[in-house]
Design a protein around this ligand. Structure first.
Ligand SMILES: NC(=O)c1ccc[n+]([C@@H]2O[C@H](COP(=O)([O-])OP(=O)(O)OC[C@H]3O[C@@H](n4cnc5c(N)ncnc54)[C@H](O)[C@@H]3O)[C@@H](O)[C@H]2O)c1
Length: 351
């Protein structure tokens, strides 16, 4: 059985641990590493197996993993990936894969030079709703995309500082920007405004409260994204992406539902559990909507897809390899640049 290790035993590490515990049929959990030893020890206790380490090099030397999940904060990337690549260990790395784009490109190129299997934490891509969204965008001409995501300020110290997290767009709303890339197509230019000063009751807070960004896509569609962390409470107080066509529109609430308004309902099938509910009258054609619900296996599917790719040697089912995950960071970093300069920024995803 292949041996799996984890670096970074924090919030998202615990989420992956839940998926690992459901994958003991295909992987052996051998090591957990965190610079805070108690965190790694807590993971060993929860897993009921493996060994805790304070240093990833000691862990690599001792347990020699066949694959690793790297779940460290955005500012901490670099040495861990290069050492992982040097040893030829396939890796899954959390988004955003780095905050320095030159560093990320060097990691990408080094991993590809070794032909290593990589994946990243865009688990929303593994949702069945994403598949339905792709089909919608293929079958319909989307004129305009509108997105909102408003939540509260996360508790991690590094999150509250734009230098260490990348800011709300790069660290958080990147899931929405990535979903639109995945389903509709690539962006070519962005123009963004941001604002600060509304969130006054959070200590050591140094990032934008809200941003509004216009995106032009390669296929001619336009996007408007209003996202922020200014809500008093809530991880995601409001969240949806609307894909608007001339005769219908679709609403994607990531990991919750995908609704198509204005389309005659298709036959109900076991696969999509589609059912018809009353429309909100926003379109005249059809008059109702078809709703698809998430089945909540996307996270497990995401992690197991990477594990199975390493086991079989076939990466073809991975929906977010490092190369592609980097493009979503380049996209969101261009938005940061536009916020900072007040200029429209062209996006070069192929560098
Ligand atoms: N895919 C998702 O939906 C999702 C959700 C939440 C977080 N994330 C991403 O996961 C990453 C981590 O977020 P989090 O919420 O788990 O943060 P966290 O602060 O809860 O956990 C990070 C852990 O990494 C440890 N760490 C830091 N540097 C380390 C190093 N050099 N070696 C070993 N351990 C180290 C910290 O001590 C901490 O325990 C971030 O990039 C975040 O954007 C992704």
């Amino acid at each position: 059985m292949k041996k799996l290790a984890l670096i970074g035993c924090g919030g998202i590490g615990r989420y992956h641990l839940g998926n690992f515990l459901q994958s003991k049929d295909i992987v052996e959990l051998v090591g957990f590493c965190d610079i805070i030893p108690e965190k790694a020890e807590a993971f060993v206790k929860e897993a009921g197996c493996g060994k805790a380490f304070e240093n990833y090099i000691d862990m690599y030397n001792e347990v020699e993993p066949d694959m690793v999940f790297i779940c460290i904060p955005p500012y901490a990337h670099g040495d861990i990936e290069f050492e992982t690549i040097r040893r030829g260990i396939p890796f899954f790395v959390e988004k955003p894969v780095a905050l320095d784009m030159d560093l990320a490109r060097r990691i990408r190129d080094a991993a590809e030079a070794k032909n290593l299997i990589t994946a990243s934490g865009f688990q929303c891509r593994y949702s069945k709703l994403a598949e339905r969204n792709i089909q919608f965008c293929r079958e319909n001409e989307v004129v305009c995309v509108m997105c909102e995501r408003t939540g509260g300020v996360p508790s991690a110290w590094w999150w509250r500082n734009k230098e260490t997290s990348g800011g709300q767009v790069v660290e958080q709303a990147i899931h929405q920007y990535d979903m639109v890339r995945y389903t509709l197509g690539e962006p070519v230019e962005v123009s963004s405004f941001s604002t600060r000063g509304f969130v006054r009751d959070v200590e050591n807070y140094n990032t934008d409260d809200c941003s509004v960004t216009i995106v032009r896509f390669e296929n001619g569609s336009l996007g408007a994204f209003a996202v922020g962390d200014y809500a008093k409470n809530g991880n995601a107080a409001d969240e949806k992406i609307i894909f608007k066509c001339r005769d219908k529109r679709a609403e994607h609430r990531i990991l919750d539902s995908f609704r198509i308004y204005g389309e005659a309902p298709k036959e109900e099938s076991d696969e999509n559990k589609g059912f018809i509910i009353a429309g909100d009258g926003a379109v005249s054609a059809g008059g109702g909507c078809v709703e698809y619900k998430e089945d909540e296996t996307y996270g497990l599917r995401c992690d197991r897809t990477f594990m199975e790719a390493v086991i079989s040697g076939d990466p073809s089912k991975i929906r977010s390899p490092y190369r592609d995950a980097l493009k979503s960071v380049v996209f969101t970093m261009a938005i940061n640049e536009s916020m900072a300069t007040g200029k429209t920024v062209r996006i070069d995803l192929d560098r």
